[in-house]
Design a protein around this ligand. Sequence first.
Ligand code: ATP
Length: 355
Amino acid sequence: MTRTIAVIEGDDASPEAMRPCVELIDGLGLDISWTYPPVGPTAREQHGSLFPDRAREMIDSADTTYFGSTSGGATQALFYLRWGKQTYANVRPARYFPGARSPLAEPEGIDFVIVRENLEDMYLGIEGDLADLAPLGLVSRTSRRAVADLGEGRYAMKAITREGSERVVRFSFELARKRAASLGRPGKVTCTSKYNMLPESDGYFRDIAREIANEYDDVAFETFIVDDFACRLVTQPHHFDVVVMPNLYGDILSDAAAGLIGGLGLAASGCYGDDYAYFESAHGTAPDIAGQNSINPTATLLSGCMMLDHLGFAAESARIERAIAEIYAEGKTLTPDQGGSASTSAFCDAVRGRL
Ligand code: ATP
């Protein structure tokens, strides 16, 4: 059965990583058909919109989307992939490849996954003038001051829902079970949030995680307050397996986790919902190195591996990962962020050569 992948190449340096990765995956000879939804300024010229109906239809009819980071042009497409497709679990693996440039003395064996809730928390984008909240009569739990007395200022709303929390936590436990089966050791889920200061929202997230943990006797469960977790992430990264957290913490701490394994150039990511998933590196468009053919394509390629797994091509995904591991171990064809001088294309050629 032909699998269709919609490709959005993204902005700045993103296409420089996306194109050779698509080529590399295409070269595997799998039954994949690639489509290119029109998005961004070119789509506006041709179809009158940055995200025309045609693009939405192409995303809908594809089995998945391979997305290059955007600095604006494809934001509507990204929002559609996230909120339109309800891709609530953002999976960000942090696995160390020996040879990658980690700041740690002993990074060998780091292999955990951050599951970031992807749709709610602060990312509902509900912000405004504090004065608009004054009529609600809200009073600060800490300072005891009424919002009406705070003076001029702005607010941002953080929302944690039962449905949103349950599904991302359940997803995390299922992932821990799968990893336990494939790695041959017991699984563990760590839940982190600021549940001491924010008992009504982050505490709710933690309580829901605890409830769901009771359904999974075979998976260990623990919780840490997010500041404590941040310290443990750096000092004991080997301790973790699957870590689930609300959106904002996940956004920030997954970049920190990437730092441990060699930086954003290795930060893969996939966003999963019940009916759709899309794959995009965790890093941005790397505008400062655009046009140099030097962006590290590992994150994009590893996101492509997650995509292949999702499409049922697990063996091919494993082959690419093995090839990447070999390139890092050999250390001769690494990109500048890893201390090498290889170009993006040279890195991808080296991976292809290993395949
Ligand atoms: P955006 O606004 O798109 O998020 P940004 O510059 O704020 O862009 P990133 O694109 O994530 O954020 O880049 C942060 C830094 O990391 C930049 O110096 C960038 O060059 C570097 N970087 C990010 N991804 C890679 C990569 N794949 N290879 C090499 N360097 C990278």
